[in-house]
Design a protein around this ligand. Sequence first.
Ligand SMILES: NC(=O)c1ccc[n+]([C@@H]2O[C@H](COP(=O)([O-])OP(=O)(O)OC[C@H]3O[C@@H](n4cnc5c(N)ncnc54)[C@H](O)[C@@H]3O)[C@@H](O)[C@H]2O)c1
Length: 203
Amino acid sequence: MVSRHISKRLLYYRSALVHLKKMGFEYVYSKTIGEEIGVSPDVVRKDFSNIEIRGKRKVGYKVSDLIRKLDEMFGKTCCFEIIVVGIGNIGRALTKYESYLDDRIKILGGFDINPSRIKSFNEIPIMHINEAESFITQNDIKVAVMTVPEISAQLVCNKLVECGIKGILNFAPVILKVPDDVFVKNISIADEITRVFYHARIN
Ligand SMILES: NC(=O)c1ccc[n+]([C@@H]2O[C@H](COP(=O)([O-])OP(=O)(O)OC[C@H]3O[C@@H](n4cnc5c(N)ncnc54)[C@H](O)[C@@H]3O)[C@@H](O)[C@H]2O)c1
């Protein structure tokens, strides 16, 4: 298995390749892919050679082969089925967005504690959090997005882990405590904005 940094870049490459394919590229050089996502051609070549993809001299990489190989690696055959817990501002925005990785990411359901939020939203069923366990089990869901208030985050997280969730994308500003076999990715827009300022050298 490749490191998290590499897998993140590989997904960026995939998006760039889909874009290049739409523009009519049949073959691409590592330089072109690198320019699309802001890394050097050496990094692109090294990342691809890590997953045993090698380009041809003077031709580069065949775009459709690259996309296919990345899809095989990230499990294109099944789509990524997830749930969203907390259907407030962010949860609703996430369920409204429609172009997740060419439809490969599917939000199967949403959960909230507030009865006024419990209705279908954008054709996604929104249920009471008490129904999460049976829904997660029946649909074999392994990944959840958490968009609940800070104060509820750890409790919601514990409940999801008890239900068999193994990966959490967490928007709440809390460092969640989870068992070793559960992966948490925290999202902080504030940190990302700070990073943009830093890298853009704006003081
Ligand atoms: N990551 C970021 O950059 C970023 C940016 C803004 C907000 N946030 C955080 O994201 C989270 C969501 O923000 P928001 O603006 O969408 O909040 P919100 O208050 O609009 O929505 C939160 C939702 O969670 C529900 N909820 C509360 N307790 C619950 C529980 N136990 N089970 C299920 N649902 C529950 C509420 O009923 C509500 O619908 C907050 O923790 C906020 O601090 C993060």
